[in-house]
Design a protein around this ligand. Structure first.
Ligand code: NDP
Length: 281
């Protein structure tokens, strides 16, 4: 089994992006810029935002952090996003989710112009992906595709099974695999005979948020297994949706958690920002 090292791959990508952002600054006299909007005091969101800002700094990307109080209104948040949409120094806008419950998330997100939607969450970008047109793709599934590319894993003609159909992981993942000529099955909580579906997979992507759900008896020998899940065990340790210790005996390639898909998500966010900046010029 080959262990797919997402941490090392992400570091390499971040080095490459740094070169591109330095080049951008030399050419256009300004830095690539990402605006991050954090509303409220959710501790997990605060950590994510901090990590994203740090990653930007390391990649030579200027970040514009906007912290709004929990009590802010939808109109105030929309007005901030609108001003960022018009700011030529801001190439990407990221509104950290989830937003406080009283806010209209859809309205706030839809104020982001598609070209600055570096999360790839907007209907316009998801529509482009569905039509196999060029647009911005959600960072986590994009990171998985990048791992396939960098590990020389071919997709064309393969039977791919995606566990999970969320708008940010499962659905775009399935579309990317389909666009890369895999034969794709998407499984979800209502799927019957899930184990049989999994056993047919040459490529299995697990994104359901259930600790160690995928076990060795669900894996075809030699399958490529990608674990997107991030869960905590009872003793507080991080683990994925895949039972790593048993599945490693069956899989040909496997991603660990942590150190697999997670680091690629941030690297792809930075990539989407640099791409957006280059496209804007
Ligand atoms: P969601 O909760 O939005 O979606 C979960 C999906 O899994 C749903 O489609 C659900 O089906 C399906 N599902 C749940 N239980 C089962 C089951 N028993 N059998 C089959 N399908 C099931 O989660 P996300 O997509 O946002 O995230 C999935 C996991 O990936 C989480 O652990 C999350 O933390 C992690 N994640 C990791 C990232 C990274 O950077 N590595 C980034 C984003 C997420 P249904 O639609 O029918 O409800």
């Amino acid at each position: 089994m080959t262990l797919i090292d997402g941490k090392q791959t992400a570091e390499k990508i971040r080095d490459e992006l740094k070169l591109r952002s330095v080049e951008f600054e030399k050419k256009y006299g300004k830095k690539v810029g990402l605006a991050v909007v954090l509303i409220g005091n959710d501790p997990a969101s605060q950590v994510y935002v901090r990590n994203k800002i740090k990653a930007c700094e390391e990649a030579g990307i200027r970040s514009f952090a906007h912290y709004l109080p929990e009590t802010v209104s939808t109109e105030e948040a929309v007005s901030l996003v609108r001003s960022l949409a018009e700011d030529d120094n801001v190439h990407g806008i990221l509104v950290q989710l989830p937003l406080p419950k009283h806010l209209n998330t859809e309205l706030i997100l839809n104020t982001i112009p598609a070209k600055k939607d570096v999360d790839g969450f907007l209907a316009e970008n998801i529509g482009k992906l569905a039509l196999s047109e060029e647009g911005t793709v959600a960072c986590t599934p994009l990171g998985v595709m990048e791992l396939f590319k960098r590990y020389g894993i071919s997709i064309q003609g393969k039977r791919a099974v995606v566990l999970g159909r969320s708008n940010i992981v499962g659905r775009p993942m399935a579309l990317l695999l389909l666009n890369a000529d895999a034969t794709v099955t998407v499984c979800h909580s209502k799927t019957q005979n899930l184990k049989e579906e999994c056993l047919r997979a040459d490529i299995l992507v697990a994104a359901i948020g259930k600790a160690k759900f995928v076990t060795a008896d669900m894996i075809k020998p030699g399958a490529v297994v990608i674990d997107v899940g991030i869960n905590r065990t009872e003793d507080g340790k991080l683990c994925g949706d895949v039972d790593f210790d048993s599945v490693k005996e069956q899989a040909s390639y496997l991603t660990p958690v942590p150190g697999g898909v997670g680091p690629m998500t941030i690297a792809m966010l930075l990539k989407n920002v640099v791409d957006a900046a280059e496209r804007a010029q």
